[in-house]
Design a protein around this ligand. Structure first.
Ligand code: ADP
Length: 654
């Protein structure tokens, strides 16, 4: 330190006096030197001949000057060698007495060198004072700012959407390329234009400017604003404007960045979608209404707490309510058939009590007293307020009910006709068997008469025991005749079908008895092969006997037509292969051709001149009504077999 101060001291004195009088200058120069040494800015003083006169401590530190540099030209100093034109500038300053500046770089450091004339008291410039202001940090921040600015500019210009920075008075300050393109303006033309004047005053919106003004006053909030604006070359577009405040640290001035987003395509797509969904909704509503009309189904909702009822058009049509009238429970009740009112009341009470789905049918009585059948189903739900609501459908099933009723009626009529027919068939069959029947009745009657005669004879002979025996036989024969007549009466009587447990063999034997003499008359041998221990079956005795009688009569007729050959009729029973029993009637007649095996069961199919063709058809329906089957097959070597099965009575021991 001492050495340096000496150096400075010497240099300063030299510059002051030029004669090196140290004693005189000592007191006058000590203070400035001390002061200069306390200054952090490097200061170098050059003489008129540009020799280094002196420098302060900062210059020694920063520029690397040493005492040996005193008296040497500045350009010799490597530290100052970077200062081009230094000598020239210094000479100009010395000659003109005007300050000058130069930029100086030392490695990474930047200095601004101020070259000031140093004048003595008489004004003569005896040298220059170089002060080195370190501007490294400043330059760095300027560079950074320039970089940031360029960077931001690049981003803004590559951003697809238009952006603009507005000044405090809402005028265009800077913008990106997209912004200028959108408004068809050059940068210069746009500069300073108020936002509200842009786009034929499309942005002249109080809401927009009020918000921008608030933002410029410090607010950060901004609710985007939608603006319709005609864009050059693109036609009418919908833009969404958003704003963000821009604050510069240390600056009180505020600006706003306004962005423009073109949402035209999105809006068009949304509008198209809305239109589509509206159209779809309209179509599905129309479909629903049409479906309700065609299916005669009306829909309704019923809010239980408020009794609020809404119904579809079809519901109004079903109840014949005037369209538009408010549907109430009372109004509905006024249409319920008086006999169904209790049922309806029950349903309403149950539905009110707890959420329960309902499905029931009731009748309406319309103002003209016609009756409608209604099938109602509804599903109960609870809404967010826990209120019970039923959504349901009411279908007018009148037509269906009436058709069902008509069907039931015609089925009943058909059954009646079938019964009549079967009865007629029975009577006819009995007519055919009249000779046999007469014989069947005559036989016991004749026996009774004979026994009565015998009794008389023994009476004359006073043989009471023989008389008793003869009378007993008379009674027996009388009973037999009466039984035969009872059976025939039962057979011919028109009675509704009844199901009884019966033994097939018993029933068959009664029929065979009736037909026996007819067979004998025609020289036909009737054989039976009735299996023992057959399960009991359930059926109508008379109807089943009618079937067997029909089959036997057909067989007898078939055999009778034959000129020669075997004349045999075999009636057999047995256990059916599957379950139950079978009955087969086999004859040695001409048989049925294979193609007609099914046709013979068709109503009105007959090959007989006096035939009706109803016998087998009635037989088949009787057997099928008993849960069995009746069919025909060919018999070997000739003839036909008609066979039927009957299921076992459920209680029959297997
Ligand atoms: P119909 O006896 O009034 O003709 P059926 O329905 O009882 O009516 O019989 C229909 C037809 O079936 C008879 O006309 C006859 O051609 C045929 N057929 C019925 N049973 C026999 C049989 N055992 N052998 C040959 N043909 C038969």
């Amino acid at each position: 330190m001492t050495t340096q101060r000496t150096v400075l001291n010497g240099g300063w004195t030299d510059l002051q006096g030029g004669d090196g009088d140290g004693a005189a200058a000592d007191t006058a120069t000590i203070d400035p030197i001390n002061i200069l040494d306390t200054v952090e800015v490097p200061i170098v003083v050059l003489r008129r001949d540009l020799m280094v006169a002196c420098f302060n401590k900062a210059a020694a530190d920063v520029l690397g000057l040493s005492p040996s540099d005193i008296g040497r030209t500045s350009c010799d100093r490597s530290a100052l060698a970077g200062l081009h034109r230094l000598e020239e500038q210094c000479r100009q300053v010395i000659a003109g007495g005007m300050e000058s500046r130069a930029d100086f770089r030392d490695g990474y450091r930047w200095f601004v060198v101020q070259i000031s004339p140093y004048a003595r008291g008489d004004g003569q410039v005896t040298g220059v004072v170089l002060t080195f202001t370190n501007v490294t940090a400043f330059r760095a921040s300027v560079d950074q700012a320039i970089y940031e600015r360029e960077f931001t500019k690049a981003i803004l210009n590559t951003a697809a959407g238009p952006l603009v920075v507005l000044s405090a008075d809402q005028r265009v300050q800077s913008a990106n390329r997209a912004f200028y393109t959108m408004f068809g303006l050059s940068r210069d033309e746009a500069q300073g234009i108020p936002l509200r004047a842009l786009g034929r005053a499309a942005f002249e919106l109080a809401q927009l400017h009020g918000q921008l003004a608030e933002m410029l006053a410090g607010s950060r909030a901004f609710h985007s604003v939608e603006v319709d604006h005609v864009v050059t070359g693109k036609g009418e577009r919908t833009l969404v404007l958003d704003a963000h405040p821009l604050f510069l640290p240390g600056h009180s001035e505020r600006r706003v960045l306004v962005t423009f987003q073109d949402i035209t395509s999105r809006k068009q797509a949304e509008a198209a979608k809305d239109l589509r969904s509206e159209e779809e909704l309209r179509r599905s509503e129309a479909f629903l209404a049409e479906a309700q009309r065609l299916s005669l189904t009306g829909s309704f909702s019923w809010r239980v707490a408020t009794d609020e009822i809404t119904g579809s058009d079809q519901l109004y049509r079903i109840f014949e309510f005037e369209q538009g009238v408010q549907v109430t429970l009372e109004l509905i009740v006024s249409r319920i058939h008086p006999e169904d009112l209790p049922l309806f009341g029950d349903m309403v009470d149950r539905a009110r009590g707890a959420r329960a789905d309902f499905d029931f049918e009731y009748r309406l009585q319309m103002p003209d007293h016609s009756v409608k059948y209604l099938h109602v189903i509804a599903h109960g739900t609870r809404d967010s307020d826990d209120c019970l609501e039923y959504i349901g459908a009411a279908q007018d099933v009148t037509q269906r009910r009436l058709s069902e009723e008509a069907l039931r009626r015609s089925e009943r009529q058909l059954q009646q006709v079938e019964m009549e027919l079967a009865h007629a068939n029975r009577v006819a069959a009995m007519g055919q068997m009249s000779t046999s029947i007469a014989h069947e009745v005559n036989q016991p009657v004749a026996a009774a008469i004979t026994n009565a005669h015998v009794a008389l004879h023994w009476l004359d002979s006073e043989q009471p025991e023989k008389v008793r025996q003869a009378l007993n036989r008379t009674i027996k024969s009388g009973n037999r005749a009466s039984e035969v007549i009872d059976r025939i009466r039962a057979f011919i009587k028109k009675t509704p079908p009844r199901m009884d447990s019966l033994e097939v063999n018993d029933a068959i034997l009664e029929v065979i008895a009736l037909t026996r003499s007819e067979a004998v008359k025609n020289g036909i041998s009737v054989q039976t092969q009735l299996a023992e221990g057959l399960p009991v079956i359930q059926g109508d005795r008379v109807q089943l006997q009618q079937v067997v009688l029909n089959l036997i009569i057909n067989a007898l007729e078939a055999i009778s037509g034959l000129g020669e050959g075997a004349r045999e009729l075999m009636i057999s029973t047995g256990k059916a292969k599957s379950d139950g029993v079978f009955v087969a009637v086999r004859d040695s007649g001409p048989g049925v051709s294979p193609t007609n095996l099914e046709r013979v069961f068709e109503a009105f199919y007959t090959t007989k001149s006096d035939g009706l063709g109803m016998g087998l058809s009635i037989c088949r329906s009787i057997i099928e009504a008993h849960g069995g089957r009746l069919w025909a097959t060919a018999s070997e070597p000739q003839g036909a077999i008609f066979e039927f099965t009957l299921p076992t009575h459920p209680d029959s021991p297997s």
